[in-house]
Design a binder for this molecule. Structure first.
Ligand code: SF4
Length: 384
């Protein structure tokens, strides 16, 4: 079995050279030794002048925290490193645009009780924590994530679960945050048990970036708990193939063995993963470890993340590239979560190049992924 202590492909940064394997494997040690201030990165990264300035400018609005595991994946001297850009603040976060929203998905406006968003009739989003091992600079919930004053109280969580129990049309609950795996095993077990006892729930989902940023959290003890309440649908958030290091893939495999159904929600990020080859490579590696590419999300219109956004055409071109180069199981849905709480819509490349009426209905000319053209006769059923 792969050793969860093997964190990166290369060597650990010199700052962690004396750390024992037992310490490195401990998720508590990783959490307690998160890097938060510029000086914490000495012996890990050579911060640029802009990055240092960004620490001072950004961290009171949206904190900085990086696990040693995730820091060890970063290129020490390259500020454009795709892992580094996800976790080290940049001055572009300070830019304000009139079209941005603090709550782009209107999650707060659809809360029947605090800490629970109920927008689609059959689904509810339950926020358990506003902590995360790493605070991703592209986070869409910057308005509250990383802020300890907005953490959900025990009473608030109880009221939210009561609401789910009292609302039979809810069939699917997504446990989210922040990252719900920042809770203790005992607390998670209690909450999963409460939810599993609700007879009208078909689906329990859990959204977590721990397999990426803190794979040590996926312990045998946690896997046993998840297995007890199987199937738990886990959506994680790998954005780049370099994140799939041995520790992370071992965490995915452990979750699969526990009966979890794994999906990945990649966010399309400018300069990080906005090219077809990177996404193809990521998706191939995810499939190898039992995690299905589920969504490729257009980056939201949240405040301070516009510099990460790509044109819609970029995502459509990536989808066009994927189709034909990887089986359907590796092709995610490319979606925009509409601002204002409109929900998700899927975008697909336009494969129709011509259409003309015929005696049967319509003849449609499609192009395939090679650019070759093929005709399909679409029947007008009313005329048959
Ligand atoms: S793990 Fe998720 S909730 Fe936490 S900072 Fe990253 S994107 Fe936001």
């Amino acid at each position: 079995m792969t050793d969860l202590s093997s964190s990166s492909y290369g060597q650990r940064p010199s700052r962690f050279a004396s750390i024992t394997s037992a310490q490195w494997k401990s998720w508590h040690w990783q959490q307690q030794h998160r890097l938060r201030r510029p000086e914490d990165f000495d012996g890990v990264l050579e911060l640029t002048a802009d990055e240092r300035e960004a620490f001072a400018a950004c961290s009171d609005r949206f904190r900085v925290a990086v696990t040693p595991h995730y820091a060890a994946l970063m290129a020490p001297t390259d500020p454009e490193c795709p892992i580094r850009r996800q976790a080290i603040p940049g001055l572009a976060e300070q830019q304000v645009h009139s079209f941005e929203h603090s709550d782009p998905l209107a999650e707060e406006a659809h809360m029947p009780v605090p800490g629970l968003t109920h927008r689609y009739p059959d689904r509810a989003l339950l926020y358990l924590s506003h902590n995360c091992p790493v605070y991703c600079r592209h986070c869409t919930r910057k308005r509250k994530v990383s802020n300890p004053t907005t953490a959900a109280s025990t009473r608030q969580i109880e009221r939210a679960i009561d609401y789910i129990a009292d609302t039979p049309k809810i069939r699917d609950v997504i446990i989210s945050g922040g990252d719900p795996l920042t809770l203790s095993d005992a607390r998670l077990e209690e909450i999963l048990g409460r939810l599993r006892d609700i007879a009208h729930l078909d689906v329990i989902r859990l959204g977590t970036r721990n397999p990426v940023t803190l794979p040590q959290r996926i312990t045998e003890a946690l896997a046993d708990i998840l297995s007890e309440y199987a199937p738990i649908y886990i959506n994680t958030h790998f954005n780049h193939p370099s994140e799939l290091v041995p520790g992370a893939t071992a965490a995915l495999q452990r979750l699969v063995r526990a009966g979890c159904v794994l999906g990945n929600q990649m966010v399309l990020l400018r300069g990080i993963n906005d090219d077809p080859q990177t996404v193809l490579s990521l998706n191939r590696r995810l499939l190898r470890h039992g995690c299905r590419p589920y969504y490729m999300l257009q980056c939201d219109m949240a405040q301070g993340i516009t510099h990460f956004r790509t044109p819609l055409k970029t995502g459509l071109d990536i989808m066009d590239h994927l189709r034909g180069r990887i089986g359907g199981v590796g092709v995610p849905d490319f979606v925009i979560d509409l601002p204002g709480g409109g929900g998700k819509v899927e975008l697909v490349p336009d494969y129709i190049v011509d259409r003309r009426p015929t005696e049967y209905g319509e003849t449609i000319q499609f192009r395939n992924f090679h650019g070759d053209h093929f005709e399909f006769v679409d029947l007008d059923i009313d005329d048959q």
